[in-house]
Write a protein that binds this ligand. Sequence first.
Ligand code: TYM
Length: 345
Amino acid sequence: MARMSEPTPAEKPVRPRVLSGIQPTSDSFHFGNYLGALRQWVELQETHEPFFFIANMHALTLEQEPKKLRERTFVAAAQLMAMGIDPQRSAIFVQSHMPEHAELAWVLQCLTGFGEARRMTQFKDKSAKAGEGSSSVGLFTYPILQAADILLYRPAYVPVGEDQRQHLELTRDLAQRFNHRYKRAFRLPEPYILKETAKILDLQNPAIKMSKSNSSPGGIVEMLDDPKVSAKKVRSAVTDSGSEIRFDPETKPGISNLLTIYSALSGRSIEDLVTSYEGQGYGALKGDLADVVVDFVTPFRNRTLELLDDRAELERVLRAGAETAGAVARATLADVYDRVGFVGR
Ligand code: TYM
């Protein structure tokens, strides 16, 4: 029997790796992105070997205006740095700078069943809008490109929000299938999903998650928005019937969502918040949370704008990130090509 492949030196991490990505599909990240995923990126870079990238190839699965896509890629990089991703410590790179992602995706596509791809709920949701017939094939194979993004780097953890769980499951299935068929030891990545903030809800409609594609303007708090506008959105958030401040996502999804955001931003526990607002109405909580939000987004926004002023530096960071990531990606892909029987060049 063939031996399972050992990772090459470039693939073998000193510290366990983390990897994650975010699409540059809007002018600003929102609180769902930040609390659901990005905050964990910042934290994990302290203890892991981090790879973070801007998923501009995934962005192309829905129509994008080229000028905007380019600009938003820089805005995304600046935001990551402004929130604390340190380019000295983390590889920050752009997906399209790395041809290996698409190359591994092809191999994985050839291992994915049609029915398996069709079961992905994100495809069902996104294609329902335009109709399946006019959705792109790229949208259909989106999760397989995501699996390639991940498996190229052998990460231990992938910090994401709850909505990415199914894609992570597919990634693990494909890794297992590849390992079985070609005797390679792809590491099975674990989703890193924090229960408390896994799904931040829309402020106007707490029945849905906060999202750039489905939320109304009042339902989504954008990190780069004018802080006064964000404060107003928090103060006008829809709350539940009754007036008691209690954490109960089932019967009080609106107020529970605000408590979640408040707790995550302030570092205070939910119990502590509930106790300190006892006997007060929703208005008091919303007013205080609006202040917390303003204090949080104001320096973040200023720092992002500052970083955006120096494009040459952003380009340098992204080039350096691609360089670090490239060494790992090339080694993985070379081994994969060898295993599937491709002739070397
Ligand atoms: P994207 O760009 O939609 O979102 C980036 C991250 O934000 C999380 N998120 C949320 N978390 C909690 N509550 C919410 N309301 C909320 N909205 C968004 C998402 O779960 C995600 O972690 N497919 C990915 C990008 C991607 C990727 C990857 C991620 C491409 N390749 C490889 C990890 C690994 C996406 O569309 O994320």
